[in-house]
Design a protein around this ligand. Structure first.
Ligand code: RUB
Length: 289
């Protein structure tokens, strides 16, 4: 997978052609291998990649893992980097499967669930539960401004799941009026204190669910856990994503992630099982190079 062009992969991540925490981590691992093949300085490649989607520690963990592997071992550096990128991707695929296996039991017959944005872990958990015969409903938010919820509803509908699209601002009302049993979120980052960094709007939905005593579950492979940071960087994206035609005299602010406190999270499902958020520091990504 090391063939191809480093700049094209970086651009794909930056412009969100490749998006979602797991997908960008895998693409960034590949980009390191592409950089090595192209004879670029790996430290520069690492810095460039880290700046593409700064809120996702998954990407940083992947890039740092590959970088550290490149610093020692046998054979030409490009081979070592390619091997460690493949190694990371294999680990990440297994971790995803583990999360889905552990989260499946959260989805039971004749219940309603709500999700936000487009998380592969969440979508595949719903699909897996449906495949094993469970029948349930899902409410999915549109996810302004980029509209990732449209991807979610398409995937769920294609799998035959009963799915309803709502606007983001309807989430609180739906939680209180539609007898929703649980909220499932993906994660860009889980900080050491058990906070969740995920798509903008997540924290408001979690607060509403908490006040209604509706459980909130986060599905996060261990490579989405931040080793040290409790102060995540919140990515801001271009104003045109919100307002394609500028309005004279109007500024646009477009933060695309927010931080949900551990008090509003019932459990975090990893490939190693479900943990309470206050145990997040125990599961920081520690894949040995
Ligand atoms: C995507 C997003 C997803 C997480 C988890 O944001 O917030 O919930 O990345 O995704 P964006 P996954 O669209 O800005 O990348 O479970 O697929 O890793």
């Amino acid at each position: 997978m090391a063939n191809g062009d480093f700049d094209a992969t970086v651009e794909g991540i930056r412009t969100m052609r490749i998006r979602g925490a797991a997908a960008i981590a895998n693409a960034a691992a590949d980009a390191m291998a592409q950089a090595a093949v192209e004879g670029r300085k790996l430290e520069d490649a690492r810095r460039t990649l880290l700046a593409t989607r700064p809120s996702a520690v998954s990407l940083a963990n992947a890039v740092n893992y590959v970088f550290e592997c490149s610093e020692s071992g046998e054979g030409p550096v490009a081979d070592r980097v390619r091997r460690s990128a493949e190694d990371f991707k294999e680990y990440s695929a297994k971790a995803r499967e583990g999360v889905i296996a552990n989260a499946r039991s959260l989805v039971v017959d004749y219940r309603r669930y709500l999700t936000h944005c487009n998380s592969t872990a969440v979508v595949n958990t719903f699909r897996e539960a449906h495949r094993s015969g469970r029948r349930f409903e899902v409410y999915a938010t549109e996810t302004r401004p980029w509209g990732q919820g449209h991807l979610t509803v398409s995937s769920l509908a294609e799998a035959g799941i009963d799915v309803t699209l709502i606007v983001d601002s309807a989430a609180g009302y739906i939680l209180s009026s539609e007898d929703v049993s649980a909220v499932l979120f993906g994660a860009d980052t889980v900080t050491v204190n058990g906070s969740l960094v995920n798509k903008i709007g997540t924290s408001g939905i979690a607060a509403a669910a908490h006040s209604l005593e509706i459980p909130v579950y986060v599905l996060a492979e261990t490579f989405k856990f931040a080793p040290t940071s409790i102060r995540p960087t919140i990515e801001e994206r271009p104003p045109e994503e919100v307002l394609p035609e500028p309005i004279h005299g109007v500024r646009v602010k477009n933060p695309v992630f927010d931080v949900t406190p551990p008090e509003h999270i019932t459990g975090i499902v990893t490939e190693n099982g479900m943990i309470a958020p206050n145990l997040a520091r125990e599961v920081s990504f520690r894949k040995e190079a």
